[in-house]
Design a protein around this ligand. Structure first.
Ligand SMILES: Nc1nc2c(ncn2[C@@H]2O[C@H](COP(=O)(O)OP(=O)(O)OP(=O)(O)O)[C@@H](O)[C@H]2O)c(=O)[nH]1
Ligand SMILES: [Mg+2]
Length: 881
């Protein structure tokens, strides 16, 4: 991270950046203004300050020389400003002043090292002269830096706003001193919606776009005029030209919103544009992409109409009421925030103070009771206790309904009426001319097929026609244990098709990962290049006359090595690394894939890249599966890319989010079951459900496990190869992955929801384990410290006489026994174990069949010795390897 940041600092801004340009990012982000070289790259990449360790912000003038104008514009960073350490500079205060474009006012030294009170004052002084700052007063500033102050509503930036106060509970130590930064860098300012027409204390502050360029210009590149076709952000209203839409909106996970507006609800005045495709989008995306984007735009939760903004008969709707209203057979069309009246008897619906505009499903229990004057009628004639408007009265007269006196009618949904206390009855809309008149006055007409009361679809009471008993298998494991591979493998084996959404999601995942792998390689390339330059420098005699004059002034960065890229590819590489550092990688990719396909192709052919690629095994961050995808990089980055089954299986996951995934399947008839002695019949019509829960979804202490109380079996997946691998825990401490797996296993086994449940331990990645075990001793993991001695006692040494597979088999048995003992120490049940290679279909099939047997045996023969089953099954599934 530090290195990447340094690189930013070394870049020169492409063009002078005007004040407004950086005031936009103020206080949330460091903004890097890209090199703007001769191909398209986003001009500005915002960096989330929260993602940058403070140490990496430590810069001193010596690193850059005194000419600060060569720096990109960097906004003041408030992160950890009041941490109070004098030795570590907490913040860097750089910026440009209107008068002198940042030369003097942007004095790093004077701002660096803020922490002591004197320096803080100095900072305030500096801040006073930085006219682009959004924070204008000390109170404002305190509001950002002091958590208790930030709860104050006065500034309109309360900690609960969701904009300034995020990551609650994080970094507790810093709670008092941490400025509350935004969820993501924002190029917008915020409007307090208390000024909006719907007063509600819980309404989010809404971002609103600020125009930086001239009228009609694109909000991103500032080019164009009012005739330029543009796409509008549904939240803040920023308008982007064709070239900038993807840069500004990324992959549009919630439809047309700027990246900084994702997560915000849309501006209600733009609701009618929701899901309506624009010309720009049609030109920009393929048909299917447009369709998906529009579906997301219309369907995503945050874009839904908030129930609290809809009033029916004077009462604010609850979420359920709104849901009922929207999911009934005839929902109100174009429902927007507002106050409506609803006649439950006839289904007539209108805006408060006006006549009926449409007829919706009747008898919906939504809103309050309808008042007589709700449609502002002044005719003394009532329908269902509502005084009707003059136009409605005309229709009644036209239909021949006697309206003398002050009649009150009951009108039902099919249009039949009956006068209260009288015998007058009939149908209002029978005659064509009545219908025509209604059309003329824009009054609704009941449909001919009169709805019955049963038409109302109440989602809550909807019952599936036939509920077959289903056996549920919960698949869970620590990070990287292979659960998603097993899940995908199961889909392929049991022929449960991947839905279009899943395929698309996997496609995007692969495309995104491709750029991730490239970034790892490009960072490796930099390292290799620096190593060579450093080597050369060290080898060079101190007073070598041959180098003193010509190369004495030579910038080491200008030197070419095997790993040096040309200007264009270097620019791309730098940009990609910046994107990774900025934390915006997931937003920019895969949306930006199409823009860079050509460059990726060039990069792959480049000699420097090839040289790096040949040393890929030195890059620890690069997963082994990367080679598989990098080999088909050009195909993958194309828009038409359609992942093969193998690609799907090898992809690192199923979707980009770690959501719960599940599939229903049946085991096909198979003779293979006869491996069990005695063979038994299985009912192929039985249904099973495999549910993969990502460990992060289980929550702290696996608290969400309770949601899965009706599981028949828990499949706990462990990567055998984890024994010498480490992960950083939440506190940045390295933890052995096998030990973390063990802890997760213990938490799940001892959880209240798992009481009495069957467990099948899937010891996965046996293929990789076989290779690793001969190179890395198993006792690298503290838990397996007695492995070698046990092997020596049991088999006279083990490794020297064993073949690889046999040795790996023993190691596997040893690990299995370790888990079994642990399990029996925690419960009075026995643990079943399966040896698996997730990549092998037959292995996964065997493991899942074994799970089925355990469920079945438990049901049919609860007294059968579990040890017996366990042994049979371990042999059975491992026999497929
Ligand atoms: N060689 C080999 N690779 C495997 C096996 N199982 C999984 N992998 C790879 O290991 C990586 C992690 O597997 P996943 O299935 O994504 O693991 P996960 O449990 O979903 O992990 P997270 O998504 O990180 O929680 C992927 O790159 C898989 O391709 C296996 O049995 N053999
Ligand atoms: Mg995964």
């Amino acid at each position: 991270m530090v290195r990447i940041l340094k690189k930013f600092f070394q870049e020169k801004p492409a063009s002078p950046v005007n004040d407004e340009d950086f005031s936009a990012e103020c206080s949330f982000a460091v903004e890097y203004t890209g090199p703007g070289i001769n191909y398209e790259i986003p001009r500005a990449v915002p960096i989330n300050v929260d993602d940058i360790p403070t140490a990496s912000l430590v810069v001193s003038s010596s690193q850059f020389g005194d000419d600060l104008s060569s720096l990109p514009v960097i906004q003041p960073i408030f992160k950890k400003l009041k941490r109070g350490s004098n030795s570590i500079p907490n913040s860097v205060c750089l910026g440009a002043n209107k008068e002198d474009n940042g030369k003097d006012e942007c004095n790093i030294n004077s701002c660096d090292g803020i922490g002591s009170s004197g320096e803080l004052e100095n900072f305030y002084e500096q801040r006073g002269r930085l006219e682009s700052l959004e924070i204008k007063s000390e109170e404002d500033f305190q509001g950002y830096t002091n958590s208790s102050d930030s709860e104050s509503e006065e500034s309109g930036r309360s900690s609960s706003s969701g904009i300034f106060a995020v990551r609650e509970g994080e970094e507790e130590d810093d709670e008092e001193t941490q400025p509350r930064h935004g969820r993501r860098p924002s190029s917008v300012t915020f409007l307090d919606t208390h000024s909006s027409q719907f007063e509600d204390e819980s309404i989010q502050e809404m971002p609103r776009a600020e125009r930086k360029g001239k009228k009609g210009s694109c909000y991103y590149c500032l080019k164009g005029n009012r005739f330029t076709e543009k796409e509008v952000c549904l939240v803040c209203g920023a308008k982007y030209c064709f070239e900038c839409v993807i840069r500004a909106m990324g992959s549009m996970p919630e439809g047309r919103k700027c990246i900084s507006c994702i997560g915000f609800r849309i501006d209600e005045s733009r609701r009618e544009n929701l899901g309506k495709v624009s010309k720009v989008l049609k030109r920009l995306l393929t048909d299917s992409e447009v369709k998906r984007t529009m579906l997301r735009e219309k369907g995503c939760e945050v874009n839904q109409l908030p129930a609290r903004l809809v009033y029916v008969n004077g009462v604010r709707l609850s979420h359920q009421e709104l849901l009922m209203l929207q999911s009934c057979r005839k929902p109100p069309k174009n429902l927007k925030p507002g106050r409506y009246w609803y006649d439950k008897v006839s289904g007539f619906w209108g805006k408060e103070g006006r006549g009926p505009s449409q007829i919706v499903s009747f008898q919906l229990e939504v809103g309050g009771g309808m008042k007589r004057d709700v449609s502002n009628g002044d005719t003394n004639v009532c329908i269902n206790n509502r005084e009707i408007t003059k136009q409605e009265l005309r229709i009644l007269k036209m239909a021949g309904v006697p309206c003398e006196g002050r009649p009150s009618f009951w009108v039902s949904a099919d249009g039949s009426y009956r006068e209260e206390g009288m015998n007058n009855q009939g149908k209002i809309w029978d005659k064509t001319r009545t219908k025509l008149a209604c059309a003329l006055f824009s009054l609704p007409i009941p449909s001919n097929s009169a709805p019955s009361g049963e038409e109302i679809v109440d989602k809550a009471s909807y019952v599936c026609p036939e509920l077959k008993p289903i056996h549920k298998l919960l698949l869970v494991g620590h990070k990287n244990s292979g659960t998603s591979t097993i899940f995908k493998q199961a889909k392929l084996i049991y022929k449960v098709p991947f839905s279009d959404d899943e395929r698309r999601s996997i496609k995007f995942l692969i495309q995104r990962k491709l750029y991730w792998y490239l970034s790892i390689l490009l960072e490796g390339r930099e390292r290799f290049e620096e190593e060579i330059l450093m080597d050369e420098k060290n080898k060079k005699p101190v007073n070598d006359p041959s180098t003193s004059s010509a190369s004495g002034n030579e910038d080491p960065l200008e030197r070419k090595t095997t790993y040096s890229l040309g200007l264009k590819l270097k620019g791309f590489a730098d940009w990609l690394l910046q994107v990774v550092a900025s934390g915006n990688f997931e937003i920019i990719f895969p949306a930006a894939t199409r823009v860079y396909t050509q460059l990726v192709e060039e990069l792959l052919k480049d000699e420097a890249f090839q040289a790096t690629y040949s040393r890929r095994h030195e890059l620890e961050m690069l997963p082994s599966v990367a080679t598989y995808f990098l080999d088909q990089a050009v195909d993958i980055s194309s828009t038409e890319y359609d992942p093969s089954h193998k690609d799907i299986l090898y992809a690192e996951g199923i979707s980009s989010c770690n959501s719960l995934i599940n599939m229903e399947f049946s085991f096909p008839e198979s003779r293979q079951d006869s491996y069990l002695d005695p063979p038994y019949e299985h009912d192929s019509s039985l249904r099973y459900q495999l549910i993969r829960v990502h460990h992060s979804t289980l929550g702290g202490n696996c608290k969400w496990l309770e949601m899965f109380e009706d599981m028949n079996i828990i499949l706990f997946c462990v990567a055998l190869t984890d024994y010498d691998e480490f992960d950083e825990d939440d506190n940045g401490v390295l933890a052995n992955r096998m030990m973390v797996s063990k802890q997760l296993f213990e938490s799940i086994v001892t959880h209240r929801a798992s009481r009495g449940k069957n467990f099948l331990l899937i010891l996965n990645k046996f293929d990789l384990f076989e290779e690793k075990i001969i190179q890395v001793p198993l006792d690298q993991c503290a838990w397996f410290h007695d492995f070698n001695s046990m092997m020596a006692t049991n088999s006279g040494g083990g490794s020297s006489s064993d073949t690889n597979p046999a040795f790996a088999q023993r190691a596997f048995q040893y690990i299995a026994v370790k888990f079994k003992r642990l399990f029996s120490s925690l419960t009075d049940k026995k643990l079943f174990v399966s040896q698996t290679t997730g990549m092998k279909a037959e292995n996964v099939n065997a493991a899942l069949r074994f799970a089925r047997e355990i469920i079945k045996w438990q049901v049919d023969k609860p007294n059968l010795s579990v040890t017996e089953i366990s042994n049979a099954s371990v042999d059975a599934s491992s026999s497929f390897t």
